[in-house]
Design a protein around this ligand. Structure first.
Ligand code: ZN
Length: 379
């Protein structure tokens, strides 16, 4: 089936963010062409809205959707103790499914079409099913190697190993994780700040283009150079890092070292689930156009999917977000790049497409289930 999106301000991101002329043709879930003189049996009039690649959230714990705003005041230590230490182990299979379904809808509702779900909660099958039910594209990361190996995700969901070592576990465990991941071509990602992690990975020969380091606050220039030389990538979560005391985010330094750097919400326990506010948090010191790249094509590169998503390049999946330009928080729009990075919010998202198909971005039933889980967990 062919769909033509007309009357849009098309905003591409590669090689640099800019408005492009014409209409956008979708065929079999992929972008077939961008330009003039295109035709299709099904036409979508965008009503002058901005149509751009769907946003890429390169690091989020989707299961925490049911813990939204539980504690915006918590430090990293408080969060580790309460959320991971006490609440995570009490999630049932059904809780995890409800939480991941609701969390994926939260992402889609704010224009995020691809999620890197770092799922450190039991019941990975239920978590994966929640993502599938919502219809979001994803990289699903879990720390349990055996459980991960048993999963059979659909084609639009890739698997990854959510590594605990060498920061939250022994380096020997990291070595076993890396061996398993590379045998099965899983992506790898780990949380790290300060010194020691990159140095340890490098000593054990583990760094590579399939490894994404999350946060990186306080990394030395040597560690960043080591990452760059190995082709490793980074994701920063500037809103959470500012709120929870990780220290200044390292967007400018990572990118100065030539490291592909994505953006992540991380946790809605403390910050909102939309990537627009994360873009704003990343903005100081980085031009708006570069921040938009981080939220799209560069984020896609950070998670290993830049050949598939992140720009309007024909052949890529038609993962798109339509952003209205006539709202009181958006108009008047003269430069779509600056408007999206500077002013767009969740309320401006008019439609979201994954693989060319318009997806629902909320559900009363999913909300009720999320509310029930929250009530029980925090009773
Ligand atoms: Zn995290």
């Amino acid at each position: 089936m062919c769909t033509l999106i007309t009357n849009a301000t098309l905003l591409d991101t590669d090689p640099e963010p800019r408005a492009v002329e014409g209409d956008l043709l979708i065929e079999d879930g992929r972008i077939a062409a961008v330009g003039h003189g295109l035709a299709a049996d099904h036409v979508v009039d965008a009503g002058k809205a901005i149509v751009m690649p769907g946003l890429v959230d390169a690091h989020r714990h989707v299961w925490q959707s049911v813990l939204r705003s539980l504690d915006p005041d918590s430090t990293l230590g408080d969060y580790l103790d309460l959320v991971l230490g006490r609440l995570a182990p009490s999630f049932t299979e059904d809780d995890v499914h409800a939480a991941n379904h609701w969390g994926a809808l939260d992402a889609l509702n704010s224009g995020v079409t691809t999620l890197y779900d770092w799922s450190h909660v039991p019941h990975p099958e239920a978590a994966l099913d929640g993502l599938v039910q919502a219809g979001v594209r994803a990289v699903f990361a879990h720390p349990d190697r055996e459980a991960l190996a048993r999963l059979r995700p659909p084609a639009h969901i890739a698997l990854a190993l959510a590594a605990t070592g060498p920061v939250y576990g022994p380096v020997e465990e990291a070595v076993r994780d890396w061996k398993a991941a590379r045998e099965r071509r899983w992506h790898l990602s780990l949380h790290a700040t300060g010194t020691g992690a990159v140095e340890s990975l490098h000593r054990h020969g583990l760094l590579g283009p399939d490894v994404m380091v999350v946060h990186g606050n306080g990394f030395t220039d040597d560690a960043m150079k080591t990452m760059a030389d190995a082709g490793a990538t980074a994701t920063v979560t500037p809103a959470v890092e500012a709120q929870m005391g990780h220290g200044a985010h390292e967007t400018v330094r990572f990118r100065a070292h030539g490291i592909a750097t994505g953006l992540g919400v991380d946790t809605v326990v403390t910050v909102p689930g939309d990537l627009f506010s994360v873009m704003r948090a990343a903005l100081p010191g980085t031009p708006a156009a570069e921040v938009l790249r981080m939220a799209t094509i560069e984020g896609a590169r950070a998670i290993g999917l830049d050949r598939e998503i992140g720009s309007l390049t024909p052949g890529k999946h038609a993962d798109l977000v339509m952003i209205a330009t006539d709202g009181p928080g958006m108009a008047p729009v003269t430069d779509p790049v600056r408007a999206v990075v500077g002013s767009a919010g969740r309320g401006d998202v008019r439609a979201v497409f994954v693989a060319g198909r318009r997806v629902e971005t909320t559900s009363a039933r999913a909300r009720e289930r999320a509310e029930q889980v929250r009530a029980r967990l925090t009773a």
